[in-house]
Design a protein around this ligand. Sequence first.
Ligand SMILES: *Cc1c(COP(=O)(O)O)cnc(C)c1O
Ligand code: SF4
Length: 336
Amino acid sequence: MITASHAARLSPPAADWRTLWREAVTDPHELLALLGLEQLASRLPADDAGFSVRVPRGFVARMRQGDPLDPLLLQVLPQLAELDQVPGYGVDAVGDMAARSAQGVLHKYQGRALLIASGSCAINCRYCFRRHFPYGDEMAAAGQWRKALEHVRQDSSISELILSGGDPLSLATAKLEELSRGLAEISHVTRLRIHTRLPVVLPERVDEAFGRWLGELPLQKVVVLHANHANEFDASVDAACARLREAGATVLNQSVLLRGINDDADTLTQLSERLFAADVLPYYLHQLDRVQGAAHFEVDDAEALALVEAIRQRLPGYLVPKLVREVGGEASKRPL
Ligand SMILES: *Cc1c(COP(=O)(O)O)cnc(C)c1O
Ligand code: SF4
C-alpha cells in the first residue's frame, strides 16, 4: 500500500521530452499573453511568412515578464520587418544546394561531412536559414540512413561525421541507435559531432536513454550547442550539459551575432561567462547568414569586429569565440 508519506518520497516522474515538444507554444498571441504583452499583438505580421511560431514552454519561462525587448522573445517573435525584401538576402544564403553530395549529406570541408539528420526543431528561430530550406527532399533520416552512410563509407577522407539539421536530437533515440549501428561499420569515421539547440531550449531531451546512447558510442564525441544569450541558461540546461559531459562529450557553443539581442560587449561577456559556468566553451560567433526575412538582425562587420575586440580585453582567451562568416564555396568558415 502506498501511504501518503511514501508517495511524498517518490520523486515526480521526469516530464517526457516528446510531451513537452508537443506542448510548445505555437500561437504568437498565446506567447504574448503568457508574458503580459498582449498590447504587441497589433505589431504581429498578418501571416507567418511560411515559418510558424514554435517555442517550448520551458524557454518561455526564461523570458522576462512584460519586456517587449526580452532577448529570448526577440529570437522567436515574428516581426513586420521579416516581410521586407532586402537586396543581397536570398533563400540559400550559404550555398547548400551546390554542396549537396548525396541525399542529406553536405560535404563542403575536408575531413568532415555533415548529415541533415532531421528537418525539425523544437524552436523556430526567426533569423534561421532553415526558414527556406527544402527539408522535404533533404532529410537523411526521412527514408533511412543508408544512402547518406554509403557516401561516407566510400570516402575514406571523412573522419568526422556531423549531425545537423534542423535539429538531430529531434529524432528518437531509437533512430539514433540505427545510425550508430551503421557507423560502426565505417572505420575511418573516428569522431561524431552533434549540432543541436535542444539541450538549451528543451533540456529534458538529454534524458537517460540519450545519455546511455552517447556514452556507449565507441567514437570521440563533440556536442556543439547553440545559445545566444546568458538568459537561455538555467539549472535544467546546466543539468543537460553535465549529462552530455558525463557521456564523454566535449561540449562547445556557437552563437549568432544578432542585432538587439546580443550585440553589445556586456551581453557577449556574460554569455561566455555563463557558458563556462556550465562547463561549455564558446566556439564560433557567427555573422548572420543573409537569408530573406532576417536582415533586421544583421550587425555589420566593422561593429562585429569591434565587439570581439572589446570582449577580448575582458575575458580569458579561451572564452573569446571565433568570429566567422560562412561564405558559399569556400573551404572553411571565413574568419573575420
Ligand atoms: C559549418 C560546417 C561544418 C563544420 O565546420 P567547422 O569549422 O569544422 O566547425 C562542416 N560541414 C558543413 C557543411 C558546414 O556547414
Ligand atoms: S536550425 Fe537551429 S537556429 Fe534554426 S530554427 Fe532550428 S534551432 Fe533555431
